[in-house]
Design a protein around this ligand. Sequence first.
Ligand code: FES
Length: 152
Amino acid sequence: MASERCTRPDRRAVLVGGALASLTAACGGARPAPPAQAPGPDGFAPGQPVAEAVAGGPGTVLGPADAVPPGGGVVYGRLAVVVTRTTAGELRGFSAVCPHDGCLVNEVTDASIVCPCHGSRFDLDGAVTRGPARGPLAARPVRVDRGHLVLD
Ligand code: FES
């Protein structure tokens, strides 16, 4: 397990056994890797850093609108979008980028949008219901065009 303290390595430590790479990784301040998860229906593994996602632009077709169940939602990880549907049938689109530290949310379960990295949860309107995130998911409006969800 990596130490919480980071110390500057001496020259000998750097030269022995590739220690520089491991010290850099341990002390670089990077957040821990998210838990490994199976890829979603679009082939993107939820929880991957957003830099690996391809954010969708206006006009991008997400998929069939009826794939989003009332009281639930679907994460389109590769496009960094999550779409929910209220129990009344209204669709809501959000960025899938967690406002806490930039991971992608990975599922919608029990009427909650879940971020796998540190456990933040958001309701179907994108508002935080459990931290550490402090703010809501950013709106990412969608519309239905001939039965398909399309990014506005
Ligand atoms: Fe989502 Fe930390 S990045 S909870």
